[in-house]
Design a protein around this ligand. Structure first.
Ligand code: HAM
Length: 435
């Protein structure tokens, strides 16, 4: 028989394996603490949604909806109907859908957070994947500028907790729909006057979504975009006051920021405040976190109108930055490794390990192969390699005497003592690492 072809992971989709996965767990634990400190509650929505949620929610003329979604038609049901489904490219629309569907805002605003995989069919490169992970925070039902500021301070709190120092914050105000319409008309007039300098993408978007032209990565169009009319000059009194109030809170909290009038974000649902946290230490994919206000999204997908603001960060990028910044993340090691010189000791050993684990001791049990458990020497080598602070030796002598030998492998290496097998509760704590 010929050797079967090896099946590999899908392009742009990564396995997260130990020891790397320990860094993910550590980051998630830090995030949970930070979210709890800000009274944000966890929300988990499906990874697949009706395609319409995204086409309607994110905007038809966005890169994500035009070219990056993993969409398919489901099988027909018995009535010949088939759903159009998509893997979520982001999760704001899903959270809003869930909030509307379950009338979550009936008794007031909600602060929610999520962690999970998102899918975009982008060209993979460092910091950009087709399955990537976001951690997001969404505050639904709050219209005041203090919540915009709270969200930004939450992200800054996270950077501090994670030990990330190299970030900067950019802010912009996208105003309200009528203000945007005024700006849009001015933009179209400006770009029409410079038709010859537009690339193909820009020409296509000139009348469907001219704002998006400002987002162009084309170096040849930078000068043109630089001179384009600015939305900030089309803002009315209320929008300007909202934006100023956000800035005042940030300034009072020592959060440095720069106003970038060209910051438009890649999704259409935003109004008023938008922001991005950016680092110069990750090359081209330097946006760590992006978000803003989306006061009309809930209504747009059929819910009762309610204001909202939120952000999402890219987990892969944040972890990469942690590496760049040299932040050490502890790799978990077991407290103890169970050495079992002969198979007769296995039942007793496992009883003891269960009792220790129930008391919070992390124990790795030696396990052998077809040929048995292996020599003491090879078992000790494994015990050392595991990083455990103690070896528990379940030798025939010890077990016959109703005992186990506890041997230190690290601090005070070699020191050993016998412990009773009958009541592990009396000595379990002595195996635990100091917190
Ligand atoms: P976004 O800017 O599209 O916003 O994505 C947020 C973050 O996800 C980015 O800043 C980046 O760190 C990460 N990210 C995006 N695409 C990729 C990729 N292909 N590979 C790796 N990381 C990526 C949103 O998704 C909005 N839902 C944010 C939001 C929440 N706005 C309001 N609430």
């Amino acid at each position: 028989m010929s050797k079967p072809l090896r099946i590999t992971a899908v392009k742009g989709m990564n396995d997260i394996l130990p020891p790397e996965s320990a860094r993910w767990e550590w980051l998630e634990a830090v995030v949970r603490r930070a979210m709890a400190a800000h009274a944000f509650r966890n929300v988990r929505t499906p990874i697949m949604e009706h395609t319409q949620l995204f086409t309607r929610g994110l905007g038809e003329v966005t890169d994500i909806v035009e070219k990056e979604m993993y969409s398919f038609e489901d099988r027909q049901d018995q009535h010949g109907h088939a759903d159009h489904l998509s893997l979520r490219p982001e999760n704001t629309a899903g959270v809003v859908r869930a909030a509307a569907e379950h009338n979550l805002l009936y008794d007031g605003g909600k602060r929610l957070y999520y962690m999970g995989p998102m899918f975009r069919r982008e060209r993979p490169q460092r910091g950009r994947y087709r399955q990537f992970h976001q951690i997001g925070a969404e505050a639904l039902g709050f219209g005041g500028p203090e919540v915009d500021a709270e969200l930004i301070l939450l992200a800054a709190h996270l950077w501090a907790e994670l030990g990330i120092r190299h970030w900067r914050l950019e802010l912009n105000c996208l105003g309200q729909p009528d203000e945007r319409r005024g700006h849009r008309a001015a933009l179209i007039a400006y770009f029409e006057a410079h038709q010859g300098q537009l690339d193909e993408d820009a020409r296509r978007r000139l009348h469907s979504n001219p704002l998006r032209i400002l987002d162009t990565k084309n170096p040849a169009m930078q000068a043109l975009v630089e001179g384009a009319p600015k939305l900030i000059d089309h803002l009315g009194e209320a929008s300007r006051a909202h934006f100023q109030a956000v800035q005042d809170v940030l300034a009072a909290n020592g959060i440095a920021f720069a106003i970038n009038p060209r910051l438009v974000r890649g999704l259409d649902y935003y109004n008023l405040t938008v922001f991005e946290f950016i680092t110069e230490h990750l090359g081209a994919q330097g946006t760590l976190c992006g978000g803003g206000r989306y006061d009309y999204l809930i209504e747009q997908i059929g819910g009762k109108p309610a204001p909202a603001v939120g952000w999402a960060l890219g987990v892969e990028r944040v972890l990469e930055l942690l590496k760049e910044e040299g932040v050490a993340v502890p790799d978990p090691v077991p407290d103890a490794y169970a050495v079992i010189p002969d198979a007769g000791g296995v039942p007793q050993a496992m009883r003891c390990l269960r009792a220790l684990r129930a008391r919070g001791v992390a124990v790795q049990m030696h396990a052998g192969g077809e040929a048995g458990l292996g020599s003491m020497k090879s078992q000790f080598k494994k015990a050392d390699g595991s990083g455990a602070r103690f070896a528990l030796i379940f030798g025939a002598d010890e077990v016959a005497a109703g005992e186990v030998t506890v041997k230190a492998l690290r601090d005070g290496a070699g020191a050993q003592a016998r412990r009773p097998l009958a009541d592990p509760a009396t000595w379990a704590d002595s195996l635990k690492s100091p917190a």
